[in-house]
Design a protein around this ligand. Structure first.
Ligand code: BTN
Length: 254
């Protein structure tokens, strides 16, 4: 059920209007439904709970109460869902650091602190009436205890509440995060993509590490050493051959 609507006219595009729900299936799905009636670019759907939160690669996203679940509707000129999802990792990490968790960006867009995942992003491109939209869904483990996650996740995730003693309300965190995404989006519209990808590369802690990348039937192990212009992770295998991966599972090796 929709429980509120917030307006922030000082923002340029992202988060000028926000619809707040107590619970939805998935904020990405509610954002897609909004395209039938609402035309505003930058609309944010925020929910306190999700019954069927979705992650990358068809996985579920555990969404206990206390976490932050939001999706932003964007309408970029180019069909850039993948790259936008990648770049939005930067504001997410910035917001986490602002509130005291010195997270890093694990390729493509997981926010990770001390090898535990604290936030994730699912970006999806959708056409409505010939217009291309990108829905960027962001999940942050804010005010959640580890015990609220399924047992199999407790060893691999962390939360803001666990890492920082100070209580940070979700509306405060989201307000800061949306300001950062709004800034990023205006840079995205006005700057060459290679400059933003350079910034991303500088923040991506996967670069320089030994990784195994798995997509479909392909598995490559080697050193992650660059981000290509299409946003792909470039890996050099032990024989010196280069491989580019845009989707898949990336395991950081010790
Ligand atoms: C991932 O790391 O696998 C991506 C997780 C993305 C989760 C967020 S929560 C808000 C939005 N709604 C969803 O169903 N998924 C995204």
């Amino acid at each position: 059920m929709k429980i509120g609507e917030v307006h922030e006219p000082n923002r340029k595009v992202v988060g000028r209007t926000m619809w707040h729900y107590d619970a939805v299936e998935s904020t990405n799905e509610t954002a897609k439904e909004s395209l039938e009636t609402e035309g505003e670019e930058g609309l944010v759907i925020w929910a306190d709970r999700q019954a069927a939160g979705r992650g990358r690669q068809g996985r579920a996203w555990a969404s206990p109460p206390g976490g932050l679940y939001a999706s932003v509707v964007l309408r970029p000129k180019q069909a850039h869902a993948w790259i936008l999802g990648l770049l939005v990792g930067m504001p997410v990490v910035k917001a986490l650091r602002h509130y005291g968790v010195f997270a890093g960006l694990k390729y493509p867009n997981d926010a990770v602190y001390q090898d535990r995942k604290i936030a994730g992003i699912l970006s999806e491109g959708v056409y409505r009436r010939d217009l291309y939209h990108v829905i960027v869904g962001i999940g942050v483990n804010t005010n959640v205890d580890l015990e609220q996650f399924p047992p199999e996740l407790r060893g691999t995730v962390t939360t803001l509440k666990r890492e920082v003693r100070l209580f940070v309300a979700n509306d405060e965190f989201l307000d800061y995060l949306l300001n950062q995404i709004d800034d990023l989006y205006s840079r995205y519209q006005n700057t060459r993509i290679e400059f933003l990808l350079k910034d991303y590369r500088g923040q991506c802690t996967t670069i320089g590490k030994r990784v195994t990348a798995r997509t479909g039937k392909t598995t490559v192990t080697g050193k992650a050493y660059d981000i290509a212009l299409n946003g792909a992770l470039v890996i050099m295998d032990d024989a010196g051959a280069k491989h580019e991966f845009v989707e898949g599972n990336f395991e950081i090796l010790k």
